[in-house]
Design a protein around this ligand. Sequence first.
Ligand SMILES: Cc1ncc(COP(=O)(O)O)c(C=O)c1O
Length: 410
Amino acid sequence: MNIIENKLYVGEIPASDVVKKFGTPVYVYDEDVIRYKYRELAESISYPKLKIFYAAKANANKKILQILREEKAGISAASIGEILVALNAGFKPNQIMLASPSLTNQEMKFAISKKILINIDSVSQLERYGKLNPRSNVSIRINHAVKSSKHVLSGPDTQFGIWAGNLDQAISAADAYNLNIVGLHHNVGTELLDAKDYINSIDVLLAVAKSFKNLDFINFGGGIGVPYLPDQTPLDINKLGEKISSILKRFAINYGKDLLFVFEPGRYLVAESGVLLCSVNAVKTTPKHTFVSVNTGFNHLLRPALYGSYHPIVNINNVESKNKEKIVVSGNLSDSADLFTASKQGIKDRELPSVKNNDVLAIMMAGAYGYSMSSNYNMHPRPAEILVSGKKMSVIRPAEKIHDLMQEDN
Ligand SMILES: Cc1ncc(COP(=O)(O)O)c(C=O)c1O
């Protein structure tokens, strides 16, 4: 996103031109940003046998998947739906991995029939998998307590992966069905902005990996953060990549094999590419707050209401005004949680350039876990998704229509 003469641009297009053409609410993504982020990460790690599997849950739009396929990414899928979109987008089965804490036999059979590798998440999943596909290769997802400063997805309070202390049970189950453990996987957190956290998690998985003798690959999951808050510092990705490369090279030499190392970023690749544009429908005050109500809600962007996440918000035609006031940006849902300026503790004023009716606001950094977590709550259709490629705009998913939500009589 660029700011030119106080106006917001997506790629080379003023955000106001997108609004003129497509109205609001609308999701808009900048293709160049996605490609830039992929290349920045891929080029930062010099270890030669490296693969980046984009975590499609962050944004599963087929066109975005195609862009990342062109960049040579693979796909980390969380469901059969994400596998189908990836196949549709042209990925080969060996470029897709599946990880889910709860899979039915039918879902596993589907992955097996397509020759898609599953990162097995529990001993019971491993046993069921063994019955369905004995004498095959598997990967297992490990849950170990990794110290980290942010959004931990590992340790005894998380439901993902096989607890490191129970690995003996996993090995026995694998032996019982002649399964060959060729891959190890973990995903320890998200929004990690401290390089030490990431390095530490890699060290922890590599320490476990030493005792597995038939590995072909090790998958370190996603979790690389982006700075949402104005005072957050982005990771120095080149420095991190250099450090990771030297750790991986040393490990591969000691292991005695050119192992494949995999990373599965979601947010890092797409968060900064996207904005949700919305229009102001009402401004009103109470003795405590000025509320600015926009024509979208947590049905379209859930993160602030669900996690108290911070998304920068700008007035697209008045980005840098010095004339600021404290406001609360609220949505159009009939639900008290429907606030875009909220912290974990609830409602939070934000200082923004003054806003009036019909102004268009951009909720920034909405490319990851935005559309992919959207719903039809309150029977609102989902907005369109638009891709900006330099000076070109294209619809990469049309807006739903009210009619799509109606249950027709049989
Ligand atoms: C297995 C797995 N891989 C990758 C990711 C992507 O995480 P992030 O978007 O933080 O990079 C997730 C997110 O939940 C995940 O569960």
